[in-house]
Write a protein that binds this ligand. Structure first.
Ligand code: NAP
Length: 343
């Protein structure tokens, strides 16, 4: 019988094996940010187990791309650590508690992991999301599988400390991979604590977030004055303001970038609802509008990883497809911009 956990393990093992043996650079964007591909053949994927073979057979990668099994990763600048270019945002993971709702999120998390997904973004402000995530990660036995990012959203030092302790408890972690100041709130106070925690090993990386263009100037000032590892910013084909200052500054200062709202909260799908995906999208291994929007975001040299919000398995499978195969080059990106501008 098909066992989803074995299925996950088989693909994970394969990915690690391939990492050890056949790491190859497929494209170079800047000296700090190489797009690194893990290349493996269809036969290798199938050899990893029936489950992984079934993944290909079900069209997760799309039949025309059955041999396109390259998970694209980018490095956290200044480290040897690689992250897949597609993560997951969980601002709507505050499940009301109905078994069907929880099952939908469990399936989404499992599907995300099966396709190599690693980066999860959450926040205490997302109501019960941290708790739901913590429970599902333990239940599925994925404890060390993910790169977990959460946030702190308080002005006062002690309130911030309590908030961060609470996040660690809910996510069942003694160490958080990434702690971010949410919407820059209390940034200088919270960053002081966060940097102490980083020195003490309770946080691996520190960062700041915004999803509003009117905060970009304040974000840029903090990027110039604070020793940040990450920033998180809004960027999509519908909203390219981050290209002006934030993304070039992050590259110049060697900061990793998570992108929120990469699908413009779903508005991009509405804009293209009656439009056929152009044939030329296949030239960068793109098979859906979701992949079209996400490949655009992660092909920017300043972007490390996009974190589309998703609560459905079908969306997780579609979106993880954007972390496989080729990414658009400069000419293709210009074509994507022109198409969106024409709608
Ligand atoms: N200031 C901050 O720090 C900040 C602010 C905003 C967001 N964020 C982070 O960024 C993440 C992303 O933001 P977001 O979720 O608001 O916006 P988004 O990623 O731009 O869009 C999410 C919407 O797109 C839908 N969707 C996802 N994949 C799809 C697909 N393949 N086909 C069709 N529809 C699809 C989702 O539906 P389903 O839910 O039904 O799958 C959801 O309605 C958040 O979850 C959060 O982690 C951070």
């Amino acid at each position: 019988m098909f066992n989803p956990l074995l299925h996950t393990h088989a693909l994970h093992t394969l990915v690690l094996t391939v990492l050890g043996n056949r790491l190859s650079y497929s494209q170079t964007t800047t000296k700090n940010q190489a797009v690194q591909g893990m290349n493996f053949t269809r036969r290798q994927v199938i050899a990893a187990g029936a489950g992984a073979g079934a993944l290909l057979g079900t069209g997760v990668f799309g039949s025309a791309a059955a041999d396109t099994t390259t998970l694209v990763t980018k490095p956290i600048p200044g480290t040897n650590e690689q992250l897949p270019v597609i993560g997951i945002g969980t601002n709507r993971w505050a499940a009301g508690g109905s078994p069907a709702e929880i099952q939908g999120l469990r399936d989404t998390l499992q599907g995300f992991r099966e396709l190599g997904g690693r980066v999860i973004d959450t926040a205490p402000a997302y109501r019960t999301s941290e708790k739901v995530l913590g429970q599902l990660i333990s239940e599925l036995g994925f404890d060390d599988a993910f790169f977990l990012a959460t946030k702190v959203d308080r002005e006062e030092k002690m309130d911030g400390i309590r908030r961060m302790e609470d996040s660690l408890t809910k996510l069942n972690r003694s160490t958080m991979d990434l702690m971010q100041v949410h919407n820059l709130r209390g940034a200088e106070t919270q960053l002081k604590t966060m940097l102490e925690w980083r020195d003490a090993g309770r946080i691996r990386y520190v960062g700041i977030t915004t999803s509003r263009n009117d905060q970009h100037a304040e974000m840029a000032a903090l990027m110039k004055s604070m020793p940040l590892d990450f920033i998180q910013v809004n960027y999509s084909l519908a909203d390219r303001a981050a290209e002006d200052v934030i993304l070039p500054l992050a590259e110049a200062r060697g900061m990793a970038v998570l992108v929120n709202l990469p699908l413009a909260r779903g508005r991009l799908f509405k804009a293209t609802a009656d439009v056929e995906l152009p044939g030329w999208a296949a030239e960068f291994d793109c098979r859906s509008w979701g992949q079209f929007f996400l490949k655009y975001v992660v092909s920017h040299s300043g972007v490390t990883c996009a974190i589309p919000g998703m609560t459905r398995l079908a969306h997780a499978r579609d979106n993880l497809g954007a972390a496989y195969g080729r990414l658009p080059d400069a000419a293709m990106r210009a074509r994507q911009e022109k198409l969106l501008a024409s709608l």
